[in-house]
Each structure stands twice: as structure tokens, then as C-alpha cells.
Write a protein that binds this ligand. Structure first.
Ligand code: AMP
Ligand code: MG
Length: 487
């Protein structure tokens, strides 16, 4: 019998370049700039296997050369993507200033994935930047994006981090690194803003057709495909933002260039998860107005989607006022959409199978109590069933309502508990753990805490007692935590 079955294709690079077929104004051919001393420090073997990449990919010495751009995989045609975006409300022309797309890997499933090197050197879009990235922030993106994936939240993925042996100049000199990012595409709201700003209707339409074909092929047959496209993007974003809210995730920099058309979470900069519940939580040191605070995220997303809808106006309807009406109606539907996903998610987090009108109040009242008591968001949900004896009259009343509500469904208490355990993670990338892991790696060259944390975060719904130090909230409960954009 032959060792390899004919149905299992050999693992190999299989890069295609559909994005490069778009008009020239969307991309510039750019090669990665080689680095001095590449070393592979993190490698995502399960992701490599899912992508159908060669199994010897992680073997030295070729590995590190490949994951810094010193050596290109077969079939690569590196380019930098052009895009614009509203940054904290201000329009700017941006583009990949430090990221280079190698191509699109066709996975054994037939799915297409962008393979991008982040921190790969100068591009025509680098403006004043150095084209590079620091090790800590790239490890951070690796940890948090993979944690999001394990939480079943749509996200770009991280295939590898390689250190460069070079220093990057930030506030202090820092070790440099390159992240290999995997995305179902890097099309952003900002890509459409770039197209619209060119005043080239054919280019805009080419981009919209491309995005439809790549992410929403089902809308191509609609009577008005561009309207259906707009509705589909809005619908995916509503689901995504609700999942962020349910997980206690704060993206931190929801500029329009950081909103993916695919509906994946993208661009992990100053993001972090809530510890103590406070809807006004802001982690990013540069978000002075709280524009992207935890509870502002649905509003910020809706604002971004309005900018997206504006770019599509010429495609929505030949008459401008009709196009505007379609766009406005679509955007106005967003809050209710996001809210219904959020409520459905809270029902799961509370172990509810059926729907009752009181459920929204039940969830909101628990959140209010958490806010009042500075209770840990993740821990409270995961251990709700253990909190009945809490000497707190407000909570005791809430707990009685919840217990009564649970009796108004046919499912057993055990089934309800199972539902809660599958919806409430025990393990999230807690800020104190992430910081400790990154500091050990970047300051001492000790990657063991990073790898241990990544392994725990891959099983977020495992019983909390399997890794008590990773599931426990920080002490003191609400240490003010700040994240920095200087990545
Ligand atoms: P971000 O805040 O990561 O979404 O990036 C916003 C814009 O700044 C994008 O156009 C990036 O490519 C660019 N950028 C960020 N860091 C650098 C850097 N070190 N060098 C060049 N461009 C950068
Ligand atoms: Mg960005």
C-alpha cells in the first residue's frame, strides 16, 4: 500500500495573487528588507497544518529566514496594499507602512488566506515610520489573536513570530520582530475609502466586485448586489462587535483602516480584556476622549460602517437621494442587530435556552452589579453558580431572580451549567499575565512564560481549576492598566 493517500495533497506552498489583479492604484510591488539575525521564536503548528503548509516549515535554518522575509516562499509576489482611513475621526491616506503581503495560500479546504509579514521593512507607504515592529507587540498580537480564535471570535491569525536580531527605536530601544499574519483578506473599510477618494468609479466597482467574490459570493445574485453587500458587511460586523462585548474585549483603535470587510477582528494594537467590569474602560494611552471605550464599541462600529456605506453610494443606486436612503436605512439597522446578538450571547452566558422578555434586564442588572462592586467580568460569569452565598443583598436578590428564571425552561440544571461552561471562558489573556510573558521574552529572552500562556489560552473553556494561576483575576482587583500604541 502506498504511504500517501491520493486524496491528501502534499503539504506545500500554494500561493495565488488575486488581490494583485486589482487596478494598480491598490498595490505597489515591494520586497521585504532582510534582517541581520533572524530567529524563529513562536510557530503555530496547527495553523500551518490547516493551511496545508510544508511540515518542515519550523525546521532551522530556513524557518527564520522565511518568517522575516530574508527568504521568500516559492511563488511569493510581495506587495504593499494601499488604503486610507479615519484615525480617531480624521481622514488620512495610509497603506501598508510596515506590512508586506506575500500572496494568498490556498488551503486544502480550498479557502484562500492572505500571508502577510508585519514589520518587514520600509514600503512606499511608510511615511515617517521605520517599517519595523518590536518583539513585545508582535508576541502580543500572536497571543491575543490566537486567544480570540480559541474563543470562536472571527479574527486574523498568527502563524509565526521571528526576532530580527536588530533593535527598533521606540521610546527606548527594543528588540525587533516580524509577525506572520494570516487573514481571510486584508480588505478594510479604509480600502474602500481609498478607492472612493480616487474618483475612479471603475476602480471602486472592481474592488466591490472583488470583495463580494472573496467574502460574500452569495450576494452576487441579488437584485442589487451592492446593497446586499452593504447589508452583509453590516450584519457580520454586528455579530463581531457583539462577540467582543460578550468576551469583554476592548479593541482600542477602531479606526476605519482597522475594520476588515471580512468581519474578522484585525490589527491588535492597544487591545485588552476587561478585568473588573466598567463600561467606560479605556486601555489605550492615546485614546484620551474614550472614543473606543468598551461600551462605545457598537457606536464606533456604526460610525465606521457609515463611512463604508458612503463609499458605496455610487454603486447603490444611480439616483443619489435613493442611494442615500438605502445607505441610511442599512446603517440605522446596526444597533438593533448588534444588540440582538449581544442579548442572545448573554442568554447563553446565563445558561438560558429559551427567551423571555425579562432576560435583557436580568443581564443588564448583573452588569450593573458588577460595575458597582468592581467584580471581575470573566470570573463572575464563569463562577455564577458558586456565588449564591455572597453576603451582598443586591446580588442575593439578583441571584433569586436568575434561579427562578432557570426554572422556567424545560432543560435540566446540568444542561444549563453545560451551556454556561461553553459560553463563559475560564481563561482569557489577562493583562497581568500577558505583560509578564512579554516582559520575560523581550527583557530576558525567556520565552517559556509566553509558550505556557499560549497553551492555556488555546483551551479557554477548560475547567478553571486546571490552571488556577491563569484563571484567577488579578489582585488588587482593578489595577489601572494602560496599553501603548508605540508598536
Ligand atoms: P496601525 O495603528 O497599526 O493600524 O497603523 C496605522 C498606519 O501606520 C498604517 O498605515 C501602518 O502601516 C502605519 N505604521 C504603523 N507603524 C509603522 C511603522 N513602524 N513604520 C511605518 N508605518 C507604520
Ligand atoms: Mg492598522
Amino acid at each position: 500500500m502506498s504511504a500517501s493517500s491520493p486524496s491528501a495533497p502534499a503539504a506545500r506552498w500554494q500561493l495565488e495573487h488575486s488581490y494583485a489583479q486589482l487596478p494598480d492604484l491598490f498595490h505597489t510591488r515591494t520586497l521585504p528588507s532582510p534582517v541581520r539575525h533572524p530567529q524563529l521564536v513562536a510557530f503555530n503548528a496547527p495553523l500551518a497544518a490547516a493551511l496545508g503548509l510544508p511540515s518542515d516549515l519550523a525546521a532551522p535554518p530556513a524557518n527564520a529566514a522565511l518568517f522575516t522575509g530574508n527568504q521568500l516562499p516559492p511563488g511569493a509576489q510581495p506587495l504593499a496594499q494601499a488604503y486610507a482611513g479615519h484615525q480617531f475621526g480624521h481622514f488620512a491616506v495610509l497603506g501598508d507602512g510596515r506590512a508586506i503581503l506575500l500572496g494568498e495560500q490556498i488551503a486544502p479546504t480550498g479557502q484562500r488566506f492572505d500571508i502577510q509579514l508585519k514589520g518587514a521593512g520600509l514600503t512606499p507607504f511608510s511615511r515617517g515610520g521605520d517599517g519595523r515592529a518590536a518583539l513585545g507587540p508582535m508576541l502580543r498580537e500572536y497571543l491575543i489573536s490566537e486567544a480570540m480564535h480559541a474563543l470562536a471570535i472571527p479574527t486574523t491569525r498568527s502563524l509565526a513570530v521571528a526576532s530580527t536580531g536588530e533593535t527598533v527605536a521606540r521610546r527606548h530601544p527594543l528588540p525587533g520582530a516580524v509577525l506572520t499574519r494570516v487573514a481571510s483578506s486584508h480588505l478594510r473599510v479604509g480600502t474602500f475609502q481609498w478607492a472612493a477618494a480616487q474618483g475612479d468609479p471603475a476602480a471602486l466597482q472592481a474592488l466591490a466586485d472583488y470583495a463580494i467574490q472573496r467574502h460574500y459570493p452569495e450576494v452576487a445574485a441579488a437584485e442589487n448586489p451592492y446593497h446586499a453587500f452593504l447589508l452583509a458587511v453590516i450584519s457580520r460586523q454586528a455579530a463581531l462587535i457583539a462577540q467582543w462585548m460578550l468576551a469583554g474585549f476592548v479593541h482600542g483603535v477602531m479606526n476605519t483602516d482597522n475594520m476588515a470587510i471580512s468581519g474578522e477582528t484585525i490589527d491588535y494594537g492597544p487591545c485588552a480584556f476587561l478585568d473588573a467590569y466598567d463600561p467606560a474602560t479605556v486601555f489605550s494611552s492615546i485614546d484620551h476622549q474614550g472614543r473606543y471605550a468598551y461600551a462605545q464599541q457598537p457606536l464606533a462600529a456604526q460610525w465606521n460602517l457609515a463611512r463604508f456605506a458612503e463609499t458605496l453610494l455610487p454603486l447603490l443606486h444611480p439616483q443619489e437621494n435613493q442611494a442615500l436612503e438605502l445607505a441610511q436605512a442599512a446603517i440605522q439597522a446596526f444597533p438593533a442587530l448588534a444588540q440582538s446578538h449581544r442579548l442572545a450571547g448573554f442568554r447563553k452566558k446565563l445558561g438560558l435556552f429559551n427567551e423571555a422578555t425579562e432576560d435583557a434586564a436580568l443581564a443588564e442588572d448583573l452588569l450593573s452589579w458588577m460595575h458597582l462592586r468592581q467584580a471581575d467580568y470573566t470570573h463572575t460569569f464563569r463562577t455564577l453558580h458558586l456565588l449564591a452565598p455572597l453576603p451582598d443583598p443586591t446580588f442575593a436578590l439578583w441571584h433569586q431572580r436568575w434561579a427562578a428564571r432557570l426554572t422556567r425552561q424545560p432543560q435540566s440544571p446540568a444542561a444549563s451549567q453545560q451551556r454556561r461552561d461553553a459560553a463563559n471562558p475560564a481563561f482569557i489573556p489577562r493583562n497581568h499575565l500577558v505583560e509578564a510573558a512579554l516582559a520575560a521574552a523581550a527583557d530576558q529572552g525567556d520565552f517559556a512564560p509566553f509558550h505556557r500562556l499560549a497553551a492555556v489560552l488555546a483551551q479557554p473553556f477548560a475547567p478553571p481549576e486546571t490552571h488556577p494561576t491563569y484563571s484567577a483575576p488579578p489582585t488588587p482587583p482593578s489595577c489601572p492598566y494602560q496599553t501603548f500604541c508605540g508598536t
